[in-house]
Design a protein around this ligand. Structure first.
Ligand code: HEM
Length: 407
């Protein structure tokens, strides 16, 4: 098989280059750009001032006044990702404005056309996705300093003060901790093929340690993200227009498509990192609830195409799980289980976070306040549009089933 060949024959560097993966940063965009050349700098100046423009109720007017720009002058992946990030922020702000229920169902052509053209070019839907607001939305304060919360910042903000920074940077730091395990994947798969248990154990051990570090990073969310601001403010700006009663038909992208289109909102469910380790460990989410499997599969359409392809490539590779099962090696099984347990533990922790940041604030909403114009079903939904707890519990339970148990 050609794909099998790439995984087992090519050098890790070649594989990572082909699938747009950075050896250290995984799926995150290394050193994103922050400036666009004229005339595109107009997009940046709006995106940079979103909270202020929204507060003064000037955002929509500014967007309505933009000239339609051809995207031909945007050359290079990083420039295009930055333009997409800025247009994504502006689009979310245009639709939701002050987050008070006054929504726009039509995105004017002066922004819709370049946004849709650029999105097509990058193989992503024209809505703010995780690959924009988390993977391409960061910088180091001191370029020679470490990748730590203290030494990092985001490039664009939504209303809600530091909530955007907290949510996007903590997500990025979780992602990065887990992503440092990607570099051992090619050698791990070669070890399976060569039946080299010593190398395989080392690689599994390393993956488990990275997932444990990811858990530690996750715990930082409490320090940096306020539940009430997340629920009442940031969640609104990340919401999409798929299955959303506020835009029942979706959003009309004027001048690009005749009919409105539905797209799910930005969510860490669009991260490739958890799906990557599910596949590597043989955790088949498709063996769980149909809805959960379908949703996770659908979320791949919101990942950069190269990352989506990497997941398919992994799926076509040798099965770690089957190899471990076939051996009578207690240590090997324990090392494999350590990785699955780390995935279970991340997902259990994530459930607690969702209870704190969505379920509890939803239950505390007064009946007739603005945000509670949302139906109670809508309020308990994640930004990706799922009924969060049911979905996440199902994913956790499926993950647990993949622990190898001695009989
Ligand atoms: C305040 C913090 C967070 C909240 C409230 C939250 C909420 C949610 C919700 C509601 C979903 C269901 C899909 C949807 O409708 O959006 C989801 C899925 C998911 N989230 Fe989060 N999330 C948070 C932080 C994170 C972080 C930091 C990560 C890791 C980078 C993460 C990774 C995932 C993954 C991978 C899924 C898909 C389900 C799975 O594979 O387990 N989340 N999240």
């Amino acid at each position: 098989m050609e794909d099998d060949g790439i995984l087992l024959m090519e050098s890790p560097q070649r594989i990572f280059e082909k699938y747009h993966i950075d050896e250290e940063m995984g799926f995150a965009l290394p050193n994103p750009l922050e400036k666009l050349p004229p005339p595109y700098d107009e997009w940046i100046s709006i995106a940079k001032n979103l909270p202020e423009l929204i507060k003064k109720n000037e955002l929509r007017k500014k967007v309505d006044e933009l000239k339609i720009l051809s995207i031909d002058g945007l050359s290079g992946h990083k420039l295009q990702r930055l333009a997409r990030l800025a247009l994504g922020y502006i689009t979310m702000a245009y639709v939701w404005n002050q987050g008070d229920g006054d929504v726009r169902k039509v995105l004017p052509q002066n922004i819709a056309i370049p946004y849709c053209e650029l999105s097509e070019k990058l193989g992503l839907p024209p809505i703010l996705v995780y690959a924009d607001c988390v993977l391409a939305n960061w910088k180091k304060k001191d370029p020679n300093g470490p990748m730590t919360y203290e030494n990092m910042d985001i490039l664009f903000w939504f209303p809600g003060g530091d909530c955007s920074k907290g949510f996007f940077l903590v997500s990025l730091l979780v992602e990065l901790a887990a992503a440092s395990a990607i570099k051992v994947i090619p050698n791990l798969l070669k070890a399976v093929k060569n039946q080299d248990e010593v190398t395989l154990k080392k690689a599994l051990h390393y993956i488990a340690s990275c997932l444990h570090r990811a858990h530690k990073e996750f715990e930082e969310v409490h320090k940096h993200v306020d539940p009430s601001t997340f629920f009442k403010v940031l969640r609104i700006y990340l919401s999409g227009w798929k299955g959303n009663s506020k835009l029942p038909e979706g959003l009309k992208y004027e001048g690009f498509w005749e009919n409105p289109k539905e797209f799910a909102g930005g969510s860490a469910a669009q991260s490739s990192i958890f799906q990557c380790f599910d596949i590597l460990l043989g955790i088949q989410q498709c063996s769980g609830e149909e809805f959960a499997a379908e949703f996770l599969q659908e979320m791949r359409n919101y990942m950069p195409p190269a990352h989506r392809d990497f997941l398919l490539l992994l799926k076509s590779g040798p099965s770690v799980r089957e190899f471990v099962r076939s051996r009578d090696d207690v240590e090997l099984k324990a090392d494999y289980n350590e990785c699955v347990k780390a995935m279970v533990s991340l997902r259990k922790y994530h459930l607690k976070i969702v209870a704190k940041y969505i379920v509890i604030p939803a239950s505390q909403q007064p009946k007739n306040n603005q945000a509670s114009e949302e139906s109670s079903e809508q309020k308990n939904k994640g930004t990706g549009g799922t009924n969060a707890m049911d979905f996440l519990k199902s994913v956790r339970t499926t993950t647990e089933k993949f622990l190898l148990i001695d009989h």
